[in-house]
Design a protein around this ligand. Structure first.
Ligand code: DGL
Length: 270
C-alpha cells in the first residue's frame, strides 16, 4: 500500500517532491482537494470536516499512513482527529512537528523538558487559519523556552500560487515580510509554515536578508518520514505505483501542478 500525502491543493507537492527525492522507491498516493482550496481562510469546523473526508478517502484507497502535507490541516484538525477519529490501525502525521523539532534542536521522541535553544526571535509565515490556531506556539512551548514567535498571516498568497500568478505572489511575499519586519526587525530564523510557500523560498530569503535562516519543510518532513518508516515498516507495502489524484479538474490541475513544480505532473480524478 502507498503512503498517502494530502493537501488542500498544490502545496503538498513540495513535500511529495522532497519525499520522492529521498525515498524514490516508496509508493505514494497524493490527493489534492483542489475543489475546496484554499483551506486557510475557512473556519475550524470546515477545515476539520474536509480533512477528515479526504483522509478517509486515502484510507479507502488502501493507505495505512497518511501525511497531512498541509500546515492548516495539521494545525487546525490533526489534534482533534487523533483524539477522537483515527482508527487504531491507521496513522496520520502532520508536517508541523518536524519543523518544530528542527527549531528546537531535538530528535524525534526526545520528550525531555523544554529548554533554551539558539533561536530566540522567530518569524512564522502561514495561512490566516494556521496563525489563528496558535498551534505552532503551543507545540514549540512543549520543547523550547525563551523563543519569541512573531506570526504573519499571509492572506491571498495560496490563491496566487494556485493560480500560478507568480508576479502577484512575489509582491505579496515582499509586503508580508515587510509587515512582519516592522513588528520584529531582526528575526534569526523564519519558518515557512505553509507547504505552498517553499516555491518562493528564494523570494522570502531575499526579502528577509541573508542573515535569516529559512527552514525548509519538505526536506525535514522527508527525513522524519524515513525515520518513521524505519521504526514502522508495517505501514507501507513494498510494491505499488505512485499516483496523484485531485478532487478538481484533472486536466487543469495537471497543467497547474506541472507549472508549480517545474516538472511534468499527471493528475487523475479522485
Ligand atoms: N498548503 C497548505 C498549508 O500548508 C494550504 C493552505 C490553504 O489551502 O490555504 O497550510
Amino acid at each position: 500500500m502507498p503512503v498517502g500525502i494530502f493537501d488542500s491543493g498544490l502545496g503538498g507537492l513540495t513535500v511529495f517532491n522532497a519525499v520522492q527525492k529521498r525515498l524514490p522507491d516508496l509508493p505514494l498516493l497524493y490527493l489534492g482537494d483542489n475543489k475546496h482550496t484554499p483551506y486557510g481562510v475557512r473556519d475550524a469546523q470546515d477545515i476539520y470536516d474536509l480533512t477528515v473526508q479526504n483522509t478517509q478517502y486515502l484510507f479507502d484507497q488502501g493507505c495505512d499512513l497518511v501525511i497531512l502535507a498541509c500546515n492548516t490541516a495539521s494545525a487546525v484538525a490533526l489534534k482533534r482527529m487523533q483524539e477522537s477519529w483515527i482508527p487504531s490501525d491507521k496513522r496520520v502525521l502532520g508536517v508541523f512537528v518536524p519543523m518544530i523539532e528542527a527549531v528546537s534542536e531535538r530528535n524525534w521522541g526526545d520528550n525531555s523538558a523544554p529548554r533554551e535553544v539558539a533561536v530566540q526571535q522567530l518569524a512564522l509565515f502561514a495561512t490566516p487559519a494556521t496563525v489563528a490556531s496558535r498551534a505552532f506556539q503551543r507545540e514549540l512551548s512543549f520543547r523550547a523556552v525563551g523563543v519569541d514567535v512573531e506570526a504573519q498571516p499571509c492572506g491571498g498568497l495560496v490563491d496566487a500560487l494556485e493560480m500560478n500568478d507568480l508576479e502577484l505572489a512575489e509582491a505579496m511575499v515582499h509586503s508580508h515580510v515587510a509587515a512582519l519586519l516592522r513588528r520584529m526587525p531582526k528575526p534569526q530564523a523564519a519558518v515557512l509554515g505553509c507547504t505552498h510557500y517553499p516555491i518562493l523560498e528564494h523570494v522570502f530569503q531575499e526579502a528577509l536578508g541573508p542573515e535569516v535562516s529559512v527552514y525548509s519543510q519538505g526536506r525535514l518532513v522527508a527525513a522524519s518520514l524515513e525515520d518513521y518508516l524505519q521504526r514502522h515498516p508495517d505501514m507501507v507495502g513494498a510494491a505499488g505505483e505512485t499516483r496523484c489524484l485531485t478532487t478538481g479538474d484533472a486536466k487543469d490541475v495537471s497543467v497547474a501542478a506541472t507549472r508549480f513544480l517545474g516538472k511534468a505532473m499527471r493528475f487523475e480524478a479522485a
